[in-house]
Design a protein around this ligand. Structure first.
Ligand code: AMO
Length: 443
């Protein structure tokens, strides 16, 4: 026997039904819902990305449905494609069932109803039964949409000559500082789970000039909040030979435009099903950190508790400001105080209290941090020492600077946070397939 790599398609997509009108075809899928009517039944079949309406009636087939045919049975369904009309008069195809071949039988009925328009239970139950609740068409559409975001990120950056990389997740040091780093026993030695690909994506700038990575990162968040996960997907890029950190913001704006357009064109069904309001992006307004603080105090009469960072309420107010003032769902905030940014961030030569860095807020939530990095060896060593770090511990990272690096910068974009605010969801877990938080490591 020889294997030749040819895999036949196992079903016919609804878009192709027109081609097969009045013909008998076979589709495979899971029996999603059976609705008995007086003298016929609707059998809704769930395929990879669609639900197909099939009809069963004794009048048009010699096949007789038995009690074995149940929801969540995997099945091969043969039938004739017939055209009908929807309420608004448009054409709609359905499959008149001639035969159902059952391929598997569930041992039990699902613990949560998944056949309604949406899964009607609290978030915790929804997550407890994730392998089942994700079968609901609306739930699964979230992660199809998320696929589109990642695809857009990857496609656009590949077109811009970025190289896709994979950096290690078991590391000798935490890249972002702070206490939210997971410690791991590594054959008797203490190591850390990657908080970000930061140190490695920078190293790769001296190799490929432009790199990106889409991968999980780990943060030991000690609090149960609606916007923090302990494991999330970080979409990172890093680019060399920049003139300023504005190049990074421009690249991100290009990426976001591309992603939104891809969602609009190739994820139309999911966008409609989830009632996603895609942001229109032409250009994104930019505010300096201290100017943003002033707006918060003057326009919104807000009394900030911390002049070095924003709290979630301040981010929300800035989101409102961007919408009202610039009709934009996004706003870049630049020049964050040096004290609040990690050791690799380049200080502003004009005012070293601040940095050449930025965050991007989307509908009032931080979805990105980025900026220009220090590329000079002495400057980086000096900054580490000033922050009380031991440069020797970072000797492998500092090879980048020691042996020469171009001016460079980059960013990290939180996939779940972007998805969450596209959906208008209140909790980032809604946009996480299998969330990991302080209380949850299963399913
Ligand atoms: P930062 O730590 O700000 O920057 O993270 C970048 C983006 O990642 C997302 N994010 C999170 N999402 C869910 N749960 C969390 N616990 C969480 N923490 C962060 C946010 C955030 O904006 N190395 C830098 C990026 C860079 O400069 O290139 C970094 O990781 O959307």
């Amino acid at each position: 026997m020889f294997i030749n790599g040819e895999v036949k398609s196992n079903t016919v997509a609804y878009a192709d039904f027109e081609k097969y009108e009045d013909q008998v075809i076979t589709i495979t899928g899971t029996i999603h819902n059976i609705r008995m009517m007086s003298d016929f039944a609707f059998v809704i079949v769930r395929t990879a990305r669609e639900t197909i309406q099939c009809v069963y009636a004794e009048s048009f087939s010699s096949y007789r449905m038995t009690d074995d045919v149940k929801e969540e049975c995997a099945a091969k369904i043969t039938g004739k494609i017939v055209a009908g009309e929807t309420k608004d008069g448009s054409k709609r195809y359905e499959l008149q069932i001639h035969n159902i071949e059952l391929l598997s039988h569930p041992a039990e009925i699902p613990p949560v109803v998944i056949t309604k328009k949406q899964v009607n239970c609290d978030l915790s139950t929804k997550l407890d039964f994730r392998p089942v609740t994700l079968r609901n068409p609306k739930e699964r559409a979230i992660f199809k949409l998320q696929e589109g975001i990642q695809r857009g990120f990857r496609e656009y950056l590949t077109q811009q000559n970025f190289t896709e990389i994979h950096s290690p997740k078991i590391n000798f040091a935490g890249a972002e500082g702070g206490t939210n780093v997971f410690k791991l026993d590594y054959f008797g030695k203490q190591v850390y789970l990657a908080q970000s690909p930061q140190l490695y994506k920078q190293a790769m700038v001296a190799v490929y000039e432009r790199v990106f990575e889409i991968a999980p990162v780990f943060r030991a968040e000690h609090h149960d909040t609606s916007r923090h996960l302990n494991e999330y997907i970080s979409m990172d890029f890093e680019m060399g030979f920049i003139d300023s950190f504005e190049d990074i913001m421009n690249m991100e704006t290009g990426v976001l435009k591309y992603i939104m357009n891809l969602l609009k064109t190739e994820y139309k069904n999911e966008v409609e099903l989830l009632h996603v309001e895609l942001p229109e992006i032409t250009e994104i307004p930019v505010l300096k950190f201290m100017d943003a603080k002033e707006i918060l105090m003057k326009t919104f009469k807000y009394k900030p508790s911390d002049m070095k960072d924003f709290d979630p309420e301040e981010e929300q107010l800035l989101g409102k400001y961007a919408k009202k003032q610039f009709n934009s769902d996004f706003i870049f905030i630049t020049h964050y105080p040096s004290k609040k940014r990690p050791f690799y961030t380049m200080d502003d030569p004009e005012d070293p209290e601040y940095t050449l860095s930025f965050d991007l807020l989307f509908r009032g939530l931080e979805i990105t941090s980025g900026g220009q990095r220090i590329h000079d060896y002495n400057q980086q060593v000096e900054k580490m020492q000033k922050l009380g770090m031991n440069p020797e511990e970072f000797a492998t990272y500092l090879m980048l600077h020691k042996y020469g690096a171009p001016p460079h910068g980059g960013l990290g974009l939180g996939l779940e946070r972007l998805t969450m605010h596209l959906l208008g969801a209140k909790n980032v877990r809604e946009a996480t397939m299998f969330p990991r938080d302080i209380n949850r490591v299963a399913p």
